[in-house]
Design a protein around this ligand. Structure first.
Ligand code: NAD
Length: 514
């Protein structure tokens, strides 16, 4: 395991100290709330402390953001895109250190930590291009010498509330698109991952300062969800809350924000399935399922949680998958040799153990793994062996998202429609996939009567998405869309304009009022 010195080296590279202020308006750092220690799940040691924001810090920052909006919205969109492009350049310079810090703070493998920062760089490039494409439509008026068109205007302050499992990428997805749209942002990161957030804030501040921009354009507020997060939910100065996290908190947040008729983007829990039909390349399926279920220690919203397998290939598929599971290397996520690191904290391990008990008591059978690894060899107590269980889809525990590496195997009989029915028979609707080389099966899966998820893939797993198209899910996943395609529209307000260039009054629908 790594010693304290190596952690400190990474922290120092990103400007982090032993005790850090946890709130910033983009120029001034504040932190008059509680001081909390941040531990690494790698070995349970303390990395640094953070002084969270209190109510006064919050007020000061939101006032700065509100004032900055008046300036930022008048900067031409392509110039805003140029600022985001520069952020991408700074992230390129800091990719290795920031990727390592993601791994150190939340425990995903170093490959995935670096991949997360690459995703931030990609969205900077994408948003820069998008800044020249904030198109509105125009149409022909029914009135002579009238012109009709739509414009997209900035919304105001966007509150970004993010989850621990993608501690930096979710911020960038929202921030980069919101900034080019002319909005200003206030970010509340997950309580488990404030250090990566402070590091990102320092990086964007460097860019904003170098361009002589005022405070308030990109702000950070760390603190508890139920305290500082709740202030954002209730704040009428914040027209849009983009929330990523559990369905339980998402339901609460959506109600509080709707009460004041604010807008939300809700990116909530998933319960993602892969169908393996009798026409599948079973090896390809098993390899994809391995990454989907074990990558990020099963702590991705898109993690593969259920595999729905045709009876005729069940035995062959299961044997192959078990052989892969037996080869998984578990250990320090900073080591290139580890495929799986720790869970985020000991509470997450307890949740996994409770879920395994529930599987047993509800009639499922654990056929592999599920053990907590001993603390003498794996300090910190956050390491487990990923589990595989044979279940039926209707078990209460299978219907829930357990944010841990537990993979459910469900056997199906009959045609692909029976498999799709099982796949859709959960409350969540984020990501889904089918493995088949049969065109009719794959088209059925992608059809109106197919997968009901926001993401549906063929011969590619559920986990991991590219930034080019919209990301998000249906049903209890919340319906939000972020990142590429036309997701930018949520960060703007639409205005319909009619311009009369005649010298007379003409009413629509031919109404006379003389
Ligand atoms: P969580 O719900 O515990 O916390 C998420 C964020 O919400 C944190 O910043 C937390 O402090 C904040 N929060 C909690 N209560 C709040 C409140 N009342 N008001 C405002 N903010 C509040 O989730 P987590 O454990 O950090 O993350 C795991 C969950 O996130 C999983 O369910 C996962 O599926 C989901 N997730 C979804 C997506 C997606 O895009 N659909 C992506 C990543 C994670």
């Amino acid at each position: 395991m790594l010693n304290q010195y190596n952690y400190n080296e990474v922290l120092q590279q990103l400007g982090l100290e032993n005790i850090n202020l946890g709130a910033s308006d983009g120029q001034q750092w504040l932190g008059h709330g509680k001081t909390v220690d941040v531990l690494t799940p790698i070995d349970g040691s303390r990395l640094a402390s953070v002084k969270q924001a209190n109510a006064d810090d919050y007020e000061q920052i939101i006032a700065k953001a509100a004032a900055a909006f008046n300036t930022w919205r008048m900067v031409p969109a392509p110039q805003r895109g140029e600022i985001v492009r520069q952020l991408g350049e700074e992230l390129r310079k800091n990719k290795e250190a920031l990727g390592k810090l993601v791994t150190i703070e939340m425990g995903k493998s170093i490959q995935e930590g670096l991949g997360e920062v690459q995703e931030m760089i990609d969205i900077c490039d994408y948003a820069c291009g998008q800044s020249r494409m904030l198109y509105g439509v125009q149409t022909h008026s029914e009135r002579a010498r009238h012109r009709m068109f739509e414009q997209w205007h900035p919304l105001g302050i966007v509150g970004i509330i993010s989850a621990f499992n993608f501690p930096v990428a979710v911020w960038s997805w929202n921030l980069c698109i919101a900034l080019i749209c002319g909005d200003v942002c206030v970010w509340k990161p997950a309580s488990a991952t404030p250090l990566t957030a402070i590091a990102c804030q320092k990086i964007i501040e460097k860019v904003l300062k170098a361009n002589g921009l005022p405070a308030g354009i990109a702000c950070l507020i760390t603190g508890k969800g139920s305290e500082i997060g709740e202030r954002l939910n209730l704040d009428r100065r914040i027209p849009l809350i983009s929330y990523t996290g559990s369905t339980k908190s998402g339901i609460h947040i959506s109600k509080v924000v709707a009460e004041r008729l604010g807008k939300t983007i809700l990116e909530l829990g998933g319960n993602n399935a892969i169908i393996v039909t009798k026409n599948a390349d079973v090896t390809l399926a098993a390899k994809n399922i391995l990454f989907g279920a074990v990558g990020t220690s099963g702590q991705r919203c898109t993690s593969t949680r259920r595999v729905i397998i045709a009876e005729s290939v069940y035995a062959q598929f299961t044997e192959l998958l078990l052989s892969y599971y037996k080869k998984i290397t578990i250990g320090n996520p900073l080591s290139e040799g580890s495929l799986m690191g720790p869970l985020v904290d000991t509470q997450a391990v307890d949740t996994m153990m409770k879920a395994l008990d529930a599987i047993r008591s509800q009639g499922g059978k654990i056929i592999y793994g599920g053990e907590r690894l001993p603390e003498d060899k794996y300090p910190g107590g956050c390491y487990v062996i990923p589990a595989i269980a044979e279940v039926t889809n209707n078990l209460a525990i299978v219907q829930e998202e357990t944010f841990a590496p537990i993979l459910y195997l469900v056997k199906y009989k009959g045609d692909v429609e029976s498999a799709i029915k099982i796949q859709n028979d959960v409350p969540q609707g984020l990501s889904s996939a089918i493995f088949t080389n049969n065109l009719i099966e794959s088209e059925q899966f992608l059809s109106h009567a197919g997968s009901d998820c926001g993401i549906a893939n063929v011969n590619a797993g559920t986990s991991g998405a590219e930034i080019g198209l919209a990301f998000g899910g249906e049903k209890e996943t919340g319906g939000g869309r972020e990142s590429g395609s036309d997701a930018w529209k949520v960060y703007m307000r639409r205005q319909t304009n009619t311009l009369n260039w005649s010298e007379t009054t003409a009413l629509a629908q031919g109404i006379k009022f003389d």
